[in-house]
Write a new protein. Structure first.
Lengths: 802, 140
């Protein structure tokens, strides 16, 4: 069922794309159905989780490699699944109206639904390798979505940064998973977590460190947080969905998943505590300095993610509950806030807080939703955000024990400081765009008021988050308890109430609110300080990437200079060197088995003709002759295949030969057919000769080695035997290609397709390069420019003598 | 640079070559042929059209199918590979059906579908190369 849901979401995205949805009103509502359906099914599962009957599902993937797709729907997976599908349904509707009449809308739907499928797979799967596959799936779809407006340099940069950071993290996570699974002897997550003694194994610190790196990069933890603000170049539905409600929580999810097994480890405790604590504080502080509404929300998101990571450091029931409540509350207020930022952008064409004012009168309904959501973000009673903050503080106060000493008090202080900043930027978010009368800079007005369906998703989410705190007794045993139990690794019962009486956490909360109001009053000078440009992670990252490109350019220029002959010499000599190395490290004998196959006269003749043709190719003065004689060599190879009974190979070789010659003719068409014969420097001639001889000798030796009896029992007997009964085909070559070795063929055609994209890009670059020269010489075709475009080698450098 | 004799040759050979392509594609499982070979032959057929009627003409007719074709071919191959997984035998496991058409019984299986995917990819890749290079050659 779960696999079917993933496929449903993936394919419904493609169908929405094909529907060309941008000018069809019904599509907005249609797109709500697939995630809505999954959400309804998940809601139906809610009751069943309290018992020991956790829904699991298994599918074979590649049984011979022990790979299988397993899903396990425990409380944590269910809560995340509900967040993903419910907010996803809202975002699906919002997207249609946000990108109304944008012809690219369909593409966004396809990526968005592919992301949804990956993200659901990530939280549902019970296999470490599948977790990695889905994890990378979210990274790739996030890359495509951030770079959605691919004509903007800012989008491309944001997409690249996000993908490189999270992609690297994903690789680390894979390495950690493999280490862990090797030690535990299983890739099934629920089994790995139950393996005793994992923490005592010598590789545990490495495995844990790698897994944590994956989680920290994905969830934008310090010092990797810089990719998240850059990702705000994405269209707003994407920011609302991926970069606040779901994808960035994948890291938190992973840590929560591992929590029951590793929470006792000191490495775990200190890493999460320090990284999460720093992230929480700097995110909250920098958010106040941002004047772009989306940037403000992005830093607020970073801070909230820091809180969740920090909470996961603790091994207590209340910390687990705080993670669950914090995750749900954050999704319920941050999603709507991002949607509001998008609505403002849509209506006024700016997100600059200095240019916005008075929106409460111009868009009353939007403002009401925004203010409620922002009050929840501030953590003011009686909203859901308040509840989340109370549980956070309760968890920190719970950690006050003699052995931790002063540490919890420091954390409470930092949390209160962050809370004050939360209040300050939330109030800024409410006051400046919505309530104040005039803006300091040229005021933007509502050009076209938002339609009702654009506001509806935000409104519904906010209504849920308002109702939640008052009906806590209902969702608590059904949703919060199973999820918290999954994090804590033991049965947890929550006792949440909105009003606890005058507890220490309430007093801390009040202090934070008071501090926040003071900070809000002092926001102007604070902003001036905070908004100054300084060295940040993004700049360091860009510097590293620039150095990498410079190094790549340097190696390319120094190893592969502009002569084709040098290129080929480098490639061939590398192959020879590899063979030489292999030759010194293995035993081989040459067994010619002369007489086993009688040599016929026709074969000898063919060989002689091919040698003559090869000689002509090298010595001729005319390019056309060179091409033709090269063709002769190829045809003779084809004939040899025919003689030795390999018709498939012969046909392929013949067709390749034909196409190669046509391609060569097309290429050489650009070059004068007669060579203007400039003798090569003797040093180059000597080099070419040496390379040719070396390659010839090694090719010869390699063939001789291959001709000896094989090292391993021959597999071809098996193929011959199984071809008809197992493969239903008489042509064993084809059966190998499409059945026995179909996986290899799949890889080959994929490589072919990638090569086609590369070739297309090369041809395009060539055309782009030529264009300025053809139309007008206004300096665009200057040498400095052309060398950057990697211009094709000028005529005289392509030399068949090489 | 359309050539009269070449055009005549292409006109006569074209349908024959296309038929041969399909023949090679479908018989490939039992006799020499298959998706790869048929794909190359189809590309060669199209190259004959490019040489005789010019790349513009061919591009106008089939150009917009080529690059999507590469992806479609990959998807078909992948789809064929996944059928085995859905049928519960693991991916890339060949599944065969006997399809009776009149008196004939056709042995159709996922490897045949896979081969068709290979065919489409190879045609798309090779022809887009040929078209690109022809264009570069003609507009010098």
């Amino acid at each position: 069922m779960l696999l079917a849901f993933l496929l449903l979401l993936f394919f419904s995205g493609l169908i929405l794309w094909l529907l060309r949805p941008h000018n069809k009103t019904f599509v907005g509502w249609l797109s709500v159905l697939p995630p809505g359906l999954v959400a309804v099914w998940l809601l139906g599962q809610v009751g069943s989780l309290t018992e020991e009957t956790i829904y699991t599902e298994r599918h074979l993937w590649a049984p011979s490699l022990n790979l299988e797709i397993t899903f396990r729907l425990d409380g944590l997976a269910l809560v995340f699944g509900l967040i993903i599908t419910l907010i996803g349904a809202g975002i699906a509707l919002y997207t249609h109206y946000y990108l109304k009449n944008d012809p690219e809308q369909g593409r966004l739907y396809a990526f968005l639904f592919a992301f949804m499928a990956s993200m659901l797979g990530l939280v549902w799967t019970d296999n470490l390798l599948m977790l990695f596959v889905f994890w990378e799936g979210t990274s790739i779809t996030s890359y495509l979505l951030i770079g959605f407006k691919h004509k903007s340099a800012e989008s491309r940069r944001g997409a690249n940064t996000a993908f490189i950071v999270t992609g690297f993290g994903g690789i680390f996570m894979l390495a950690g998973s493999v280490l862990l699974a090797q030690e535990a002897g299983s890739y099934t997550i629920s089994e790995v977590l139950k393996t005793p003694g994992l923490m005592d194994s010598p590789i545990f610190p490495a495995a844990l460190g790698l897994l944590m790196l994956g989680a920290f990069t994905k969830s934008a933890q310090f010092p990797f947080h810089f990719w998240l603000p850059g990702a705000m170049a994405a269209p707003t539905p994407v920011s609302a969905y991926l970069h606040s409600a779901t994808m960035v929580k994948a890291g938190v999810y992973l840590l929560a998943r591992l929590h029951p097994a590793f929470a006792e480890s000191p490495i775990w405790f200190w890493s999460l505590l320090i990284v999460g604590g720093i992230t929480m504080l700097i995110g909250a502080i920098f958010a106040l300095g941002k004047s772009d509404l989306k940037a403000l929300l992005a830093y607020a998101t970073i801070s909230q993610l820091g809180i969740l990571v920090m909470l996961l450091a603790f091994d207590s029931e209340i910390a687990a509950i705080a993670v669950v409540i914090g995750t749900i509350a954050h999704s319920l207020y941050k999603g709507p806030l991002f949607m509001i930022a998008g609505i403002i952008d849509h209506a006024t064409h700016t997100r600059n807080i200095h240019r916005l004012a008075n929106l409460a009168r111009e868009m009353p309904m939007v403002s009401a939703v925004a203010i409620v959501a922002a009050l929840s973000m501030a953590g003011l009673p009686p909203f859901f955000g308040f509840l989340a903050k109370e549980t956070l503080l309760e968890a920190l106060f719970y950690a006050v024990t003699p052995e931790l000493g002063i540490l919890p008090w420091i954390l409470i202080g930092i949390a209160a400081l962050s809370g004050a900043f939360f209040v300050a930027y939330s109030l800024t978010f409410i006051w400046e765009p919505f309530l104040r009368r005039t803006s300091p800079e040229a005021q933007a007005h509502v050009a076209h008021p938002p339609s009702v369906p654009l506001v509806l998703p935000a409104l519904l989410l906010v209504i849920i988050s308002v109702i939640f705190p008052f009906v806590l007794t209902y969702p608590a045993p059904l949703l919060f308890d199973p999820a918290s139990s999954a994090i804590a690794g033991a049965v947890v019962e929550t006792h949440l109430t909105l009003w606890h009486g005058f507890t220490p956490y309430l007093i801390t909360s009040l202090i934070a609110i008071g501090g926040g109001i003071l900070l809000f009053a002092a926001r102007q000078p604070l902003r001036r300080v905070l908004s100054q440009d300084r060295m940040d992670g993004a700049m360091i990252f860009q510097g590293v990437i620039d150095r990498l490109y410079a190094t790549a350019r340097w190696t390319t220029h120094s190893i592969q200079d502009r002569s084709l002959a040098t290129h080929i010499a480098v490639v061939l000599m590398t192959a020879v060197a590899a063979l030489l190395y292999a030759g010194t490290h293995m035993e081989f004998g040459i067994d010619l088995q002369l007489g086993a196959l009688p040599i016929t006269l026709s074969e000898v003749l063919l060989i002689i003709v091919s040698m003559i043709a090869a000689g002509i190719t090298v010595r001729t003065q005319s390019r056309l002759n060179a091409i033709i004689s090269l063709g002769v060599v190829g045809i003779i190879v084809t004939l040899i295949f025919v003689f030795f009974g390999a018709p498939d190979l012969a046909i392929t070789q013949l067709l390749f030969e034909v196409l190669t010659i046509v391609l060569l003719v097309l290429v050489f068409y650009r070059i004068p057919l007669q060579l203007e014969y400039t003798p090569l420097p003797s040093l180059i001639v000597a080099r070419n000769l040496l390379v040719a001889i070396a390659v010839g000798i090694f090719g010869f030796v390699a063939v001789l080695i291959n001709a000896r009896p094989p090292y391993f029992p021959d597999i071809s007997d098996y193929f011959m035997r199984e071809s008809v009964p197992g493969g239903h085909g008489g042509n064993v070559v084809n059966v190998i290609l499409v059945d026995f070795r179909a996986f290899d063929t799949m890889g080959e055609i994929t490589v072919l397709a990638i090569a086609a994209v590369g070739g297309y890009a090369l041809l395009r670059a060539h055309q782009l390069h030529n264009r300025p020269n053809q139309t007008e010489a206004d300096g665009d075709g200057s040498p400095a420019q052309s060398s950057e475009l990697h211009a094709p080698a000028p005529v005289q450098e392509v030399n068949p003598h090489a | 640079m359309p050539e009269l004799y070449l055009r005549l040759l292409a006109r006569i050979l074209g349908p024959f070559l296309i038929a041969l392509t399909l023949f090679l594609l479908l018989r490939g499982h039992n006799l020499p042929g298959g998706g790869f070979i048929a794909g190359l032959l189809a590309a060669a057929t199209l190259e004959l059209q490019i040489l005789s009627t010019g790349d513009q003409n061919v591009r106008q007719r089939i150009g917009r199918f080529l690059q999507p074709g590469i992806g479609v071919g990959l998807l078909i191959a992948m789809f064929a590979a996944l059928i085995g997984g859905v049928a519960g035998q693991g991916i890339f496991q060949g599944i065969w059906w006997k399809i009776p058409i009149g008196p004939l019984v056709i042995d159709l299986g996922t490897p045949v579908i896979f081969d068709i995917g290979v065919f489409i990819t190879v045609v798309g890749v090779t022809t887009s190369y040929l078209l690109g290079l022809s264009q570069a050659a003609e507009r010098r």
